[in-house]
Design a protein around this ligand. Structure first.
Ligand code: MG
Ligand code: MG
Length: 267
Protein backbone atom coordinates (compact mmCIF):
# COMPACT_ATOMS: atom_id res chain seq x y z
CA UNK A 1 0.00 0.00 0.00
CA UNK A 2 1.11 3.50 -0.79
CA UNK A 3 2.24 5.59 2.17
CA UNK A 4 1.99 8.81 0.19
CA UNK A 5 0.33 11.89 1.60
CA UNK A 6 -3.45 12.06 1.40
CA UNK A 7 -4.54 15.54 0.31
CA UNK A 8 -7.70 16.82 1.98
CA UNK A 9 -9.80 19.08 -0.25
CA UNK A 10 -11.50 22.32 0.77
CA UNK A 11 -15.17 22.74 -0.08
CA UNK A 12 -14.10 25.00 -2.98
CA UNK A 13 -11.83 22.29 -4.37
CA UNK A 14 -14.55 19.67 -3.95
CA UNK A 15 -16.95 21.94 -5.82
CA UNK A 16 -14.54 22.21 -8.75
CA UNK A 17 -14.35 18.41 -8.90
CA UNK A 18 -18.14 18.20 -8.74
CA UNK A 19 -18.48 20.73 -11.58
CA UNK A 20 -16.05 18.62 -13.60
CA UNK A 21 -18.13 15.59 -12.67
CA UNK A 22 -21.12 17.16 -14.40
CA UNK A 23 -19.16 17.66 -17.62
CA UNK A 24 -17.92 14.10 -17.25
CA UNK A 25 -21.43 12.71 -16.71
CA UNK A 26 -22.66 14.54 -19.79
CA UNK A 27 -19.67 13.32 -21.83
CA UNK A 28 -20.55 9.75 -20.84
CA UNK A 29 -24.16 10.40 -21.86
CA UNK A 30 -23.08 11.59 -25.32
CA UNK A 31 -21.14 8.36 -25.71
CA UNK A 32 -24.11 6.27 -24.59
CA UNK A 33 -26.29 7.86 -27.27
CA UNK A 34 -23.90 6.48 -29.88
CA UNK A 35 -23.48 2.97 -28.46
CA UNK A 36 -25.11 0.50 -30.83
CA UNK A 37 -24.10 -2.49 -32.92
CA UNK A 38 -21.65 -1.42 -35.64
CA UNK A 39 -20.19 1.63 -33.93
CA UNK A 40 -16.38 1.70 -33.77
CA UNK A 41 -14.92 2.24 -30.33
CA UNK A 42 -12.63 4.98 -31.67
CA UNK A 43 -15.73 6.89 -32.80
CA UNK A 44 -17.01 6.83 -29.22
CA UNK A 45 -13.66 8.18 -28.11
CA UNK A 46 -13.92 11.09 -30.51
CA UNK A 47 -17.38 12.01 -29.19
CA UNK A 48 -16.10 12.17 -25.62
CA UNK A 49 -12.97 14.10 -26.49
CA UNK A 50 -14.88 16.74 -28.44
CA UNK A 51 -17.51 17.11 -25.74
CA UNK A 52 -14.93 17.58 -22.99
CA UNK A 53 -12.93 20.11 -25.02
CA UNK A 54 -16.09 22.00 -26.03
CA UNK A 55 -16.81 22.37 -22.31
CA UNK A 56 -13.40 23.80 -21.50
CA UNK A 57 -11.93 20.61 -20.07
CA UNK A 58 -9.16 18.25 -20.98
CA UNK A 59 -9.47 14.47 -21.15
CA UNK A 60 -7.64 13.22 -18.04
CA UNK A 61 -6.48 9.99 -19.61
CA UNK A 62 -5.09 11.25 -22.92
CA UNK A 63 -1.29 11.00 -22.73
CA UNK A 64 -1.47 9.85 -19.08
CA UNK A 65 1.59 7.60 -18.90
CA UNK A 66 1.32 7.54 -22.69
CA UNK A 67 -2.31 6.36 -22.91
CA UNK A 68 -3.39 7.34 -26.44
CA UNK A 69 -7.08 8.17 -25.97
CA UNK A 70 -9.79 10.00 -24.03
CA UNK A 71 -11.69 6.86 -23.05
CA UNK A 72 -10.73 3.46 -21.82
CA UNK A 73 -13.17 1.23 -23.70
CA UNK A 74 -13.18 -2.34 -22.45
CA UNK A 75 -15.33 -4.90 -24.27
CA UNK A 76 -16.51 -8.25 -22.81
CA UNK A 77 -13.48 -10.03 -21.29
CA UNK A 78 -11.49 -6.81 -21.20
CA UNK A 79 -11.65 -5.51 -17.63
CA UNK A 80 -10.11 -2.05 -17.97
CA UNK A 81 -7.70 0.08 -20.03
CA UNK A 82 -8.95 -1.05 -23.44
CA UNK A 83 -7.69 1.27 -26.19
CA UNK A 84 -10.31 2.67 -28.59
CA UNK A 85 -9.83 1.21 -32.06
CA UNK A 86 -11.55 0.17 -35.27
CA UNK A 87 -13.30 -2.62 -33.39
CA UNK A 88 -17.04 -2.51 -33.98
CA UNK A 89 -19.40 -3.22 -31.11
CA UNK A 90 -21.89 -6.00 -31.77
CA UNK A 91 -25.19 -7.13 -30.34
CA UNK A 92 -24.62 -9.01 -27.09
CA UNK A 93 -21.38 -7.23 -26.14
CA UNK A 94 -20.88 -5.45 -22.88
CA UNK A 95 -18.70 -2.36 -22.95
CA UNK A 96 -17.13 -0.50 -20.07
CA UNK A 97 -16.40 3.16 -20.67
CA UNK A 98 -14.02 4.88 -18.26
CA UNK A 99 -13.37 8.60 -18.55
CA UNK A 100 -11.82 11.50 -16.68
CA UNK A 101 -12.19 15.27 -17.00
CA UNK A 102 -9.51 17.74 -15.95
CA UNK A 103 -10.50 21.38 -15.59
CA UNK A 104 -9.52 24.23 -13.26
CA UNK A 105 -6.70 22.16 -11.84
CA UNK A 106 -8.64 19.06 -10.75
CA UNK A 107 -9.76 15.72 -12.12
CA UNK A 108 -13.04 13.82 -11.91
CA UNK A 109 -13.12 10.11 -12.79
CA UNK A 110 -16.03 7.73 -13.45
CA UNK A 111 -16.90 4.56 -15.33
CA UNK A 112 -20.02 2.65 -16.36
CA UNK A 113 -20.61 -0.64 -18.18
CA UNK A 114 -23.28 -0.88 -20.89
CA UNK A 115 -25.10 -3.58 -22.78
CA UNK A 116 -25.05 -3.47 -26.56
CA UNK A 117 -28.58 -4.60 -27.34
CA UNK A 118 -29.63 -7.92 -25.84
CA UNK A 119 -27.10 -9.43 -23.47
CA UNK A 120 -27.30 -12.90 -21.93
CA UNK A 121 -28.99 -12.90 -18.51
CA UNK A 122 -25.95 -13.91 -16.44
CA UNK A 123 -23.86 -11.13 -17.91
CA UNK A 124 -26.71 -8.68 -17.43
CA UNK A 125 -26.84 -9.69 -13.77
CA UNK A 126 -23.06 -9.19 -13.51
CA UNK A 127 -23.54 -5.58 -14.58
CA UNK A 128 -26.35 -5.00 -12.13
CA UNK A 129 -24.45 -6.59 -9.23
CA UNK A 130 -21.22 -4.75 -10.00
CA UNK A 131 -23.08 -1.47 -9.91
CA UNK A 132 -24.73 -2.47 -6.64
CA UNK A 133 -21.31 -3.37 -5.21
CA UNK A 134 -20.10 0.15 -5.98
CA UNK A 135 -22.90 1.53 -3.83
CA UNK A 136 -22.19 -1.03 -1.10
CA UNK A 137 -18.72 0.50 -0.96
CA UNK A 138 -19.95 4.08 -1.18
CA UNK A 139 -22.29 3.56 1.76
CA UNK A 140 -19.29 2.79 3.96
CA UNK A 141 -17.84 6.25 3.29
CA UNK A 142 -17.96 8.38 6.41
CA UNK A 143 -15.38 9.93 8.73
CA UNK A 144 -13.93 7.39 11.11
CA UNK A 145 -14.49 4.41 8.85
CA UNK A 146 -11.44 3.05 7.09
CA UNK A 147 -10.65 2.22 3.48
CA UNK A 148 -10.87 -1.44 4.48
CA UNK A 149 -14.55 -0.97 5.35
CA UNK A 150 -15.20 0.16 1.78
CA UNK A 151 -13.06 -2.63 0.36
CA UNK A 152 -14.70 -5.31 2.48
CA UNK A 153 -18.20 -4.14 1.57
CA UNK A 154 -17.49 -4.47 -2.16
CA UNK A 155 -15.73 -7.82 -1.84
CA UNK A 156 -18.26 -9.34 0.52
CA UNK A 157 -21.18 -8.36 -1.71
CA UNK A 158 -19.80 -9.79 -4.93
CA UNK A 159 -18.02 -12.88 -3.60
CA UNK A 160 -21.21 -14.06 -1.88
CA UNK A 161 -22.79 -14.18 -5.33
CA UNK A 162 -19.79 -16.07 -6.71
CA UNK A 163 -18.05 -13.42 -8.80
CA UNK A 164 -14.33 -12.68 -8.84
CA UNK A 165 -12.78 -9.45 -7.55
CA UNK A 166 -9.82 -8.18 -9.56
CA UNK A 167 -6.91 -7.53 -7.17
CA UNK A 168 -4.30 -6.09 -9.49
CA UNK A 169 -6.10 -2.78 -10.03
CA UNK A 170 -7.62 -0.57 -7.36
CA UNK A 171 -9.45 2.68 -6.78
CA UNK A 172 -7.56 5.77 -5.68
CA UNK A 173 -7.57 9.30 -4.35
CA UNK A 174 -8.53 11.97 -6.91
CA UNK A 175 -7.57 15.64 -6.99
CA UNK A 176 -4.87 17.65 -8.70
CA UNK A 177 -3.60 14.27 -9.83
CA UNK A 178 -5.74 11.62 -11.48
CA UNK A 179 -4.31 9.01 -9.14
CA UNK A 180 -3.44 10.04 -5.58
CA UNK A 181 -3.18 8.28 -2.26
CA UNK A 182 -4.87 6.39 -0.80
CA UNK A 183 -5.32 3.22 -2.80
CA UNK A 184 -8.88 1.89 -2.60
CA UNK A 185 -8.82 -1.88 -3.18
CA UNK A 186 -12.01 -3.80 -3.88
CA UNK A 187 -10.97 -6.45 -1.38
CA UNK A 188 -9.89 -6.12 2.22
CA UNK A 189 -10.69 -6.33 5.88
CA UNK A 190 -13.02 -4.20 7.95
CA UNK A 191 -11.17 -1.72 10.16
CA UNK A 192 -7.97 -1.87 8.07
CA UNK A 193 -6.23 0.80 6.03
CA UNK A 194 -6.22 4.60 6.15
CA UNK A 195 -8.94 6.31 8.16
CA UNK A 196 -11.47 8.32 6.15
CA UNK A 197 -11.57 12.02 6.97
CA UNK A 198 -13.82 14.82 5.77
CA UNK A 199 -12.26 16.36 2.66
CA UNK A 200 -10.83 13.16 1.24
CA UNK A 201 -11.86 12.47 -2.36
CA UNK A 202 -11.65 8.87 -3.53
CA UNK A 203 -12.57 6.97 -6.68
CA UNK A 204 -14.26 3.71 -5.81
CA UNK A 205 -14.22 1.36 -8.79
CA UNK A 206 -15.10 -2.31 -8.48
CA UNK A 207 -13.79 -4.49 -11.32
CA UNK A 208 -15.75 -7.73 -11.12
CA UNK A 209 -15.54 -10.93 -13.17
CA UNK A 210 -18.17 -13.54 -14.02
CA UNK A 211 -15.50 -16.25 -13.92
CA UNK A 212 -12.19 -16.40 -12.06
CA UNK A 213 -10.63 -13.19 -10.78
CA UNK A 214 -7.29 -13.58 -12.58
CA UNK A 215 -6.26 -11.07 -15.22
CA UNK A 216 -3.53 -10.75 -17.83
CA UNK A 217 -2.22 -7.80 -19.80
CA UNK A 218 -2.24 -7.79 -23.60
CA UNK A 219 0.86 -7.00 -25.66
CA UNK A 220 -0.25 -3.39 -26.14
CA UNK A 221 0.87 -2.84 -22.52
CA UNK A 222 -2.53 -1.42 -21.58
CA UNK A 223 -5.44 -3.80 -22.14
CA UNK A 224 -6.25 -5.87 -19.05
CA UNK A 225 -8.48 -8.91 -19.70
CA UNK A 226 -9.63 -11.88 -17.68
CA UNK A 227 -7.32 -14.84 -18.01
CA UNK A 228 -10.28 -17.22 -18.55
CA UNK A 229 -11.91 -14.73 -20.96
CA UNK A 230 -15.04 -14.49 -18.84
CA UNK A 231 -16.85 -11.15 -19.01
CA UNK A 232 -15.96 -8.37 -16.56
CA UNK A 233 -17.80 -5.24 -15.42
CA UNK A 234 -16.55 -1.93 -14.03
CA UNK A 235 -18.39 0.96 -12.39
CA UNK A 236 -16.76 3.99 -10.78
CA UNK A 237 -17.70 7.13 -8.90
CA UNK A 238 -15.55 9.91 -7.47
CA UNK A 239 -16.72 10.37 -3.89
CA UNK A 240 -16.13 13.11 -1.28
CA UNK A 241 -15.95 12.23 2.40
CA UNK A 242 -18.15 14.80 4.18
CA UNK A 243 -18.56 15.49 7.90
CA UNK A 244 -21.66 13.33 8.01
CA UNK A 245 -20.94 10.73 5.33
CA UNK A 246 -20.37 11.08 1.60
CA UNK A 247 -21.25 13.14 -1.43
CA UNK A 248 -20.96 11.89 -5.00
CA UNK A 249 -18.82 14.22 -7.12
CA UNK A 250 -19.61 12.33 -10.31
CA UNK A 251 -23.06 11.49 -11.59
CA UNK A 252 -24.79 8.72 -13.53
CA UNK A 253 -27.92 10.85 -13.93
CA UNK A 254 -27.28 11.92 -17.54
CA UNK A 255 -26.15 8.42 -18.50
CA UNK A 256 -29.27 6.82 -17.08
CA UNK A 257 -31.60 9.31 -18.77
CA UNK A 258 -30.20 8.12 -22.10
CA UNK A 259 -30.36 4.46 -21.06
CA UNK A 260 -34.01 4.87 -20.05
CA UNK A 261 -34.81 6.29 -23.45
CA UNK A 262 -33.06 3.34 -25.03
CA UNK A 263 -34.79 0.90 -22.67
CA UNK A 264 -31.37 -0.37 -21.62
CA UNK A 265 -31.40 0.44 -17.92
CA UNK A 266 -29.88 -2.41 -15.99
CA UNK A 267 -31.60 -1.78 -12.68
MG1 MG B 1 -11.81 5.79 -14.12
MG1 MG C 1 -10.21 5.59 -11.48
Amino acid sequence: MSKKVIYLKSSEEAQIIKDNGIILGKAHAEVVKAIEPGVKTKDLDKIAEEFIKDNGGKPSFKNYNGFPATLCISVNEVVVHGIPSNRELKEGDIVSVDCGVFKNGYHADSAYTYMVGEVDPLTQKLLKDTKLSLFEGIHQVRPGNRIGDVSFAVQNFVEKIGYGVVRELVGHGVGRNLHEAPEVPNFGKRGNGPKLQAGMVIAIEPMITLGKRFVVQENDNWTIRTEDRSPAAHFEHTVLVTKSGFELLTTFEYIEEVLENKKLVII
